[in-house]
Design a binder for this molecule. Structure first.
Ligand SMILES: [Ca+2]
Ligand SMILES: [Ca+2]
Length: 297
């Protein structure tokens, strides 16, 4: 009984120590994380399909769960994206997010679908501003991505928006039949991986922020495009056919960040390197050693 009491006291002390030591980023129950992941692969006649088996939303979902997110805090739509479908997803975020919460919205579809069917810039920017949180993260993974960040770019309300390419660029999603290593969005692949990669922790505070993941992933996206995709003459030619000459740029494409969040925005539910479990394990071991010490004496 005494052992249990000692263990509880030591665990309690360890948790206080965690906070005192500056690990207060361990989110409490009042700071939740919410995400909407929207992906469209099949399109009506006249549009080209993007048959990647919803790999992009799956990859991001797996990443968020590995960062400690709860599965039921992630709202996924894999299918036909219409205005009501997207609006319902945004409402879900609005209904769930409180002031301290993180809200992420990711969308993968055609840029022209965003512009001409979803009429994104007509309604989304106003809806996004109405979210009751300062930690808004908008991830646009489409061609022309910057166009859909533009209405809120540099707006002073707290937000971070990322786009996989600039307003006049096209993005790349690899298909299995092409035989290149990355299936689905190249930007999604490198950004999702960066969120879990300690090498992306550029300021070495053991947390990977959205800003760091963006900065780390951008050159990797450009390198893959330039060295792997554009190295295939047929793929480079497909860009030339629409009047784009990637070889005329230092790098292509140019992912975009609009950072109007004053600090670094961290979306990890648990400490990246599991500091809290480490503290707790150490405390338990200490308690066991102490118990044996008492027995011996
Ligand atoms: Ca960091
Ligand atoms: Ca920032």
């Amino acid at each position: 009984m005494r052992f249990v009491t000692i263990a509880i006291v030591m665990l309690f002390s360890a948790s206080i120590l965690c906070n005192l030591a500056g690990f207060s980023y361990v989110k409490g129950s009042s700071e939740d994380t919410w995400a909407v992941l929207l992906e469209m692969n099949d399109f009506p006649e006249g549009w080209s399909d993007l048959p990647v088996d919803f790999i992009n939303s799956k990859r991001l979902q797996t990443t968020l769960i590995s960062l400690g997110w709860q599965g039921d805090h992630i709202y996924v739509v894999n299918g036909n994206l219409t205005i009501p479908v997207v609006q319902e997803a945004v409402e879900w975020l609005m209904n769930n997010s409180d002031a301290d919460d993180v809200s992420v919205l990711y969308i993968f579809t055609h840029g022209n679908w965003m512009r001409n069917v979803l009429l994104w810039n007509d309604w989304f920017p106003d809806a996004w501003k109405q979210l009751n949180t300062s930690k808004r993260v908008l991830l646009i993974d489409t061609c022309l991505a910057e166009e859909f960040l533009e209405p809120i770019k540099y707006d002073s309300f707290p937000h971070i928006s990322l786009g996989c390419c600039s307003a006049d660029e096209v993005s790349w999603a690899g298909l299995e039949e092409e035989g290149l290593p990355i299936i689905g969005s190249v930007w999604n692949y490198y950004f999702a991986n960066a969120l879990c990669n300690s090498s992306a922790d550029l300021d070495e505070n053991e947390l990977i922020s959205i800003e760091e993941a963006f900065n780390f992933s951008t050159p990797l996206v450009q390198r893959y495009m330039n060295e792997t995709v554009f190295a295939v003459p047929e793929f480079l030619e497909s860009y030339h056919k629409i009047g784009i000459y990637p070889e005329h740029y230092d790098a292509y494409p140019h992912p975009v960040i609009d950072d109007c969040y004053s600090n670094q925005l961290v979306i990890t539910e648990f400490p990246s390197f599991l500091i809290l479990p480490l503290f707790m394990t150490t405390t338990l071991l200490l308690a066991i050693v102490y118990k044996n010490y008492r027995k011996v004496n």
